[in-house]
Design a protein around this ligand. Sequence first.
Ligand SMILES: Cc1cc2nc3c(=O)[nH]c(=O)nc-3n(C[C@H](O)[C@H](O)[C@H](O)COP(=O)(O)OP(=O)(O)OC[C@H]3O[C@@H](n4cnc5c(N)ncnc54)[C@H](O)[C@@H]3O)c2cc1C
Length: 408
Amino acid sequence: MLCDNPVFLSHEMANRQKNCDVLVIGGGVAGICASVSAARGARTILVEKNDFPGGTAVIALHRFICGLYINGSEMPADTLNRGIVREISSALKRLTPEKTVLRMGRVYVLPFNTRDIVSVFRSLTEAEKQHLDLLYETHAVSVKTVRNTITSVTVCSRNGKFDIFPKVVADCSGSGVIIRMSGAWYNKTRFCQRQFAGYTFRVKGLKKVDDMTAVKVPYYLAQEAAKNNIPHYLKFTTFTQGDEADEGYCRLSIPPHENSEARNELAKSDALRVHHFLSQKVPSFRDSMIEEMSPEVADREGLRLRGKYTLTREDILDAEKFPDGIVKNAWPIELWNQEKGPCYHYPPSGDYYEIPLRCLKSENISNLCCAGRCISATHEATGSVRVMGTCMSVGEQAGREAAAMSDF
Ligand SMILES: Cc1cc2nc3c(=O)[nH]c(=O)nc-3n(C[C@H](O)[C@H](O)[C@H](O)COP(=O)(O)OP(=O)(O)OC[C@H]3O[C@@H](n4cnc5c(N)ncnc54)[C@H](O)[C@@H]3O)c2cc1C
């Protein structure tokens, strides 16, 4: 942690403080959209611990934006939700026109590359710089709550700790750090039921990759797991081809662990083991090399806000609409079960459900909203709302709501 380092503490410490209407914590896909939309109506600060925007989408080497389109037999003409998510998908298409909407089984996704999405996020935030203060490499470390209202958030950067006094806070940290530190009520899935996390590595030097490679990778790993030569969870490893003919991505499923540092180390050694095994067993991998590894394991779920409404599995499968519905979503419930691997449950084809505004608002903290994968939803419903396209639209709505709340 930066603030534990005496070198950083000796710099222009304390006494610095900032005021704002809306404070957004976390610059993942939800936080970027929340901060841009909040800044279009209010003085906003975005705090992000990394030195880049995008969060999990960048760290986990994602390649497809899910949750943008309606499912059905026809190729969707545009995104299901308007607004910033449409600005982002149009900007991505302008940067790489060859990456067009793709059908995968029963759903549609938008392929993208990391460089493009980071550049789109930087341009979007840059365009709002008159009202948007971007604090990268800055952690939110504590929260002061007085009579169920957040009065200040203490953050820590290379220059030391300082306090931010916001009117409204939007928690877009993915893991719900502000929810937890403010005393907001929340729910958490029990360890044994929590979804697999993921760890990705990129391989170069592959030969003759075809559709069967994605079948062979889990098949041979399952055989090896059945012989107890590797842990059983490695049989859920997936393979997708990269943009170049000799490039591919392997994603390992990683079980929950108490200690995130230990889990990262374990995932790295699992990745090396899987790659070594594949180079012996699958001819396409024989002369391949690992070119890039995720810096850390990416969680599919953490704690979730207990909001004024909690979205359920039935809401999704019945394509429920709400009077305060603010975001449409047709992505299935996608659960990475620790025993069975991925399981999918779909809303009706050609239809969508709505996420009500109440799922973004804390039940007990008056000036707290949240967006992204920590909104108020059950464990199963989180399996649908957590995808990037949906997080972006929910982020936009959280930013808009936070700006409106700060105006009172
Ligand atoms: C293995 C895996 C595979 C997935 N595959 C896909 C896919 O192919 N397509 C898809 O659309 N979705 C996919 N998802 C889902 C999707 O990536 C995430 O759910 C989504 O990106 C979450 O966005 P977010 O903004 O809510 O959170 P995050 O991306 O987690 O962003 C939170 C941000 O908050 C910052 N932060 C956290 N704590 C603090 C703090 N104390 N102070 C300051 N900053 C802080 C973090 O650094 C991070 O940047 C996948 C998820 C996983 C785990």
